[in-house]
Design a protein around this ligand. Structure first.
Ligand SMILES: [Fe+2]
Length: 270
């Protein structure tokens, strides 16, 4: 499809497109691979190829063309590299047995396929028309690739980020740590709270946040639960309230008796 870019009249662009074809082949092989060992091997190769490709673009090719290409488009390419680097860094610290391993590789391949499409449709055609020494650029890119393969890759910012926050599978699993059923119930309460006055809403929102963070909230007795239908647990929960009522009743009765006695005493004196 992009044979016009693969011509040796532009060695730098041909090198980039050849890299794209290499990683796309790896994505296809991964999808077809049946053994876990093969998938892990393909993922490791993909990560290596993508990181090297990103380095030669970011260090050599992008700086050479950036001033002549749409600024937002180049920024978008940078961000797509950044996201791909994070996924590569995460795959690098995984052993392939994790629940999210295949999903992470799939998202990486989708991200890169999108990046390649935009690069080949919008960036490289414009770059090809620039008055640059593409032969010299290609030589620098080839030399840097050879050096990276020989000496190993530098630790990227994304590598450090992932290693600093690594858990057993993936940060995406964090979303599993709140109980879905409870979250739905809390959402209803939060919606009601949002209609309340500002002063009390802010406090209630803080409480709602506490709930989503996994705090245990004691169950309240359902409104309208009668003594007859209440289960043993509910009965024990309502006991203190009944005691208070009895105490008040006893106190009131005592007060009435005291008043009656006082009246009787007054009458006797007369
Ligand atoms: Fe790229």
């Amino acid at each position: 499809m992009f044979e016009f870019l693969l011509g040796y009249d532009n060695e730098a662009i041909a090198l980039i497109v050849k890299d794209h074809e290499t990683v796309k082949e790896l994505f296809d092989k991964y999808e077809k691979a049946e053994s876990r060992r093969e998938k892990i091997r393909l993922a490791a190769t993909t990560v290596q190829e993508l990181n090297i490709h990103a380095i030669i673009e970011e260090e050599i090719f992008y700086p050479a063309i950036r001033a002549h290409i749409d600024h937002p488009k180049m920024n978008e390419a940078d961000e797509e590299h950044h996201v791909a680097r994070i996924l590569c860094a995460e795959l690098s610290v995984m052993d392939g047995s994790e629940d999210h391993y295949d999903a992470k590789y799939k998202v990486l391949s989708e991200n890169i396929r999108h990046h390649i499409k935009e690069e080949e449709h919008e960036i490289l055609p414009k770059a090809k028309g620039l008055d640059l020494d593409f032969t010299a650029l290609a030589s620098k890119m080839q030399a840097r690739k050879a050096q990276l393969k020989r000496d190993g890759l530098p630790t990227s910012l994304e590598d450090r980020m992932v290693r600093a926050t690594r858990n057993n599978d993936t940060p995406a699993r964090e979303s599993h740590r709140t109980a879905p059923a409870k979250a739905v119930a809390d959402k209803t309460k939060t919606t009601a709270v949002s209609k309340a006055p500002v002063k009390s809403a802010s406090r209630s929102m803080m409480e709602a946040k506490g709930k989503t963070a996994g705090k245990v909230v004691p169950k309240k007795a359902k409104p309208g639960t009668s003594k007859k239908t209440a289960k043993p647990a509910a009965k024990s929960a309502s006991k203190p309230k009944l005691k208070i009522v009895s105490h008040r009743a006893a106190s009131a009765a005592k007060s009435v008796r005291k008043s009656a006695a006082s009246t009787k005493k007054t009458r006797n004196k007369r």
